[in-house]
Design a protein around this ligand. Sequence first.
Ligand code: FAD
Length: 390
Amino acid sequence: MSFREETRDWLDESCPASVRQPAGPGEGSGGGRRATYPNPEGKLWLDRMAEKGWTAPTWPKEYGGGGLNREEAQILGEELRAINARPAHTGMGLSMIGPALLEYGTEEQKLEHLPKIIRGEIWWCQGYSEPGSGSDLASLQTKAVGDGDDYIINGQKIWTSGANFADWMFCLVRTDPDAPKHEGISFILFDMETPGVTVKPIQLISGMSPFCETFLDDVRVPKKNIVSEVNKGWTVAKRLLQYERTSIGGIGGSSQRAKTMEEIAKDYLGESEGRIADADIRDRLLKHRMNDRIYGLTMRRSGEESSSGNAPTFLSSMFKLYGTEQNKDRFDLMLSIMGSQMLGWEGDAYTGRELGTTREWLRSKANSIEGGSSEVQLNIIAKRILGLPD
Ligand SMILES: Cc1cc2nc3c(=O)[nH]c(=O)nc-3n(C[C@H](O)[C@H](O)[C@H](O)COP(=O)(O)OP(=O)(O)OC[C@H]3O[C@@H](n4cnc5c(N)ncnc54)[C@H](O)[C@@H]3O)c2cc1C
């Protein structure tokens, strides 16, 4: 039996019907110690996928991963999409710190953290940005000072997504204040329950608090939690950003979404001879769909041609830039289609889909800031891909 047939049979038996649709409110799959599963089949789906290692299909089997090669992982992805299965598990563990640990972690760190990420037991957050250090991340000031077998960390992080739910943080700290700024940084891991870690959610205009300020006051962390070498953390940090940017860029390039937009346009604008009645919207949608398709194929080609296995390269900046701008374009188009129905905040005059789309539209504005702004990606593309002078 071919891998595709085996996979299809397994999914047929193992993927519960209720997870063959997008996750509803509160049904996110970030996992972690405090995770609740309003739909028990969501947890069942996670456990079944994790047992096969398919929450991290290409990670080695010795850490609980699926051990699949690129082609098999692609087939798995196609079969999951074909039944509209939602991801069994998502988050910074799988998309960011896990891949970085595979590359730079010690054997002990891999054995401790990777299986828990795969099983969705630990929710990770990212302690990079500081009040004075965003685009110029290497200017960060949070300090770690050696004390026997430990470091004592003091400082403040900001915009820490999900810190109020997270179990562990991967964090950038300054371990040599006298070295040139990129050379005095270390990459360290700690449990958010360590004394001295205080998390303060930042209330947004929407009433939601997706980000936090994270205060670190005399936080004692074992030296063995440094990833790679002391003062060599910038190398790990940059690699992790490439994983993050590739992952954020992936929000563009879905031809399925373009099709759904066409159906919505017919609903709102009417049909003429089976086509969307508004010619301008028809043109814009077609262009958007073509761009999605081209972008999806370019990402795929880049993966297939890559000589670095699954590891990303500076091309991740190109994907981050294009994918996020494409996602913003998607919501601007939706606004043109749905008009004032997409500007509601609450009340019976709007459907649930309309209210949800308004929030998604506003959220999409952050796509070109998170993980490094579009301007920063353009700088990287100019310098690292096009070889232009600084
Ligand atoms: C949704 C979201 C989630 C986030 N999650 C996290 C998280 O979990 N952990 C974390 O550590 N951080 C997180 N961040 C922070 C994010 O990484 C920073 O916001 C981002 O790097 C930009 O930094 P800044 O906000 O300090 O803006 P600044 O660096 O102050 O930039 C302000 C403006 O100046 C421009 N600019 C700055 N420098 C240059 C330059 N050299 N050339 C051209 N233009 C420039 C920028 O493009 C931007 O438009 C998140 C941000 C968002 C929006």
